[in-house]
Design a protein around this ligand. Structure first.
Ligand code: NDP
Length: 472
């Protein structure tokens, strides 16, 4: 019996996706560059092995799949994917679909899509979020490619995706690079969300002197309210975990040096490229970079000393409520920015990205999953073409309620010397976004002064250069 789908790459993500597919009842052919891993995988599959056709050569793999063959590639992103496509190409027939499910840069995906156009093969760039656990039991799946190729794989993909209120978190989002672009912005938002949580943790730890366990309890309380989300939930668990080596809280034994693999940076770059402010995402990426300069930071602390950390707001119920609301307001800013970047990309790349659908498939399965995304789904369903999430009726009310807290908390943190780059940039974003008369009149004057770049006048007069230097 031929397999319904094939999968190449039995690493962390690929093997879990394959088990998920087999479990949902689709027969799947699998192949991995290193055959010993394929054998090991079959050993781990147990009863699900009945739905798995394991292949040790790429030729055997291809003929094991029912044409037109959908083949998921889940390997290291970058050149490895191109090599894999080149190896597959001569073995495939017209209509076959190569699906790159790794974290590709969407510009590479567009190039691969175009390169395969004339070969009769089609290409799908598919963003998968949810880590190992998501891959195994239900990820969020963001698909880019032709609608026709999606129709061939829709059944399998929706069967393995996470569900929110019974609805699968999987959707076709547009042609070419649309799926990988949306996954990239998902990760950018994830960076901002994580950074903001870490900044609040910093205030609780350094400003209020709380232990990891106490902070974990606070996040646990917040997880029952408006911040309810996977990231808050794991933060509670992480903070409550003890290091078996020392008996101390695990987080206290971890070096404060964050890694990054590129998707956050790509989000910031694409936002800049299109001229869309994504300051909270940029701040989060920069914060990870700064975190990695551990030795420089240690040296600088010797020169400048430690800050006072004298947090001016009094500990207690009211402060915890303020911190919760501050985090909530900042989070709205980060998501608003991410969605604004997608809206602009949709116009520039002609994707017609469906905003309500994107919010809908992020409600479960992915790392930023939350009930908050259900509210975003509703806001974009009511007003799909709104300029910015924060001006929808639901979110403008939430911003109005929570912004004073973000302002108080940010101000107190800044005064105490606690770095809050993502919170502060979200706050400044709100303040600048709702300021009808800003300060760029001065920028324009400066630009005209040194470069004769010209300006428009407030009274509409057809005069575009200043009489610089003349005192009138
Ligand atoms: P792993 O490191 O666990 O596995 C890597 C896989 O890639 C292995 O099967 C490996 O085969 C294969 N591979 C590497 N180089 C080549 C090559 N040149 N030719 C053929 N196969 C190759 O990676 P993950 O499963 O974590 O990640 C896979 C993809 O999924 C990446 O793009 C990643 O960014 C993305 N992703 C990962 C997430 C995660 O949480 N880990 C979440 C979402 C996406 P071999 O056994 O022969 O070495």
């Amino acid at each position: 019996e031929l397999a319904e789908i094939g999968l190449i790459g039995l690493g962390v993500m690929g093997s879990n996706l394959a088990l998920n597919i087999a479990e949902k009842g689709s027969r799947i052919a699998v192949y991995n560059r290193t055959p010993s891993r394929t054998r090991e995988f079959v050993g781990e599959a147990g009863a699900l092995g009945a739905n798995i056709v394991s292949c040790e050569t790429i030729e055997a793999f291809v003929v094991a799949i029912r044409p037109p063959r959908p083949i998921i590639i889940m390997i290291k992103a970058g050149e490895a994917v191109d090599q894999q496509i080149d190896a597959l190409k001569p073995l495939l027939a017209g209509g076959d679909i190569i699906i790159d499910a790794g974290n590709a840069n969407f510009r590479d995906t567009i190039a691969r899509f175009d390169r395969l156009k004339d070969s009769g093969l089609t290409f799908i760039g598919m963003g998968v979020s949810g880590g190992e656990e998501g891959a195994r039991h239900g990820p969020s799946i963001m698909v880019g490619g032709t609608q026709q190729s999606y129709a061939r794989v829709e059944k399998v993909l929706t069967s393995i995706a996470a569900r929110y209120d019974g609805e699968p978190c999987c959707a076709w989002l547009g042609t070419g690079g649309a799926g990988h672009f949306v996954k990239t912005i998902h990760n950018g938002i994830e960076y901002a969300d994580m950074q903001m949580i870490a900044e609040i943790y910093g205030i609780l730890r350094d400003g209020l002197g709380k232990s990891a366990r106490e902070i974990g309890w606070i996040f646990g309380q917040w997880n029952k309210g408006r911040l309810n989300s996977y990231l808050i939930e794991i933060t509670e668990t992480v903070l409550a975990t003890t290091d078996p080596q020392t008996g101390k809280p695990m987080v206290d034994m971890i070096l404060d040096r964050a890694g990054q693999k590129g998707t956050g940076k790509w989000s910031a770059i694409e936002a800049q490229q299109m001229g869309v402010p994504a300051t909270a995402i940029e701040a989060a990426v920069a914060a990870r970079s700064l975190s990695s300069m551990k030795a420089e930071r240690e040296a600088a602390e010797v020169i400048f000393g430690t800050p006072s950390y004298a947090f001016s707001l009094k500990d207690g119920e009211a402060l915890l409520k303020d911190l919760e609301l501050a985090l909530f307001a900042a989070k709205i800013g980060a998501y608003a920015q991410g969605f604004a970047v997608m809206a602009q990309a949709s116009r520039e790349f002609g994707w017609e990205l469906p905003m309500p659908t994107i919010a809908r498939i992020w409600r479960a399965g992915c790392i930023i999953r939350s009930q908050f995304l259900d509210e975003i789904t509703r806001a974009f369903t009511e007003t799909p073409d709104v300029a910015n999430l924060i001006v929808t009726s639901a979110f403008s009310a939430m911003v109005a309620e929570s912004l004073p807290s973000l302002r108080r908390i940010t101000a107190a943190a800044v005064t105490a010397g606690i770095p809050v780059p993502a919170l502060a940039s979200a706050l400044s974003y709100f303040d600048a976004y709702r300021q009808a008369r800003g300060t760029a009149n001065l920028i324009q004057a400066q630009r005209d002064f040194f470069g004769a770049h010209g300006f428009d006048r407030t009274d509409g007069l057809d005069i575009h250069h200043g009489p610089w230097g003349s005192a009138g």
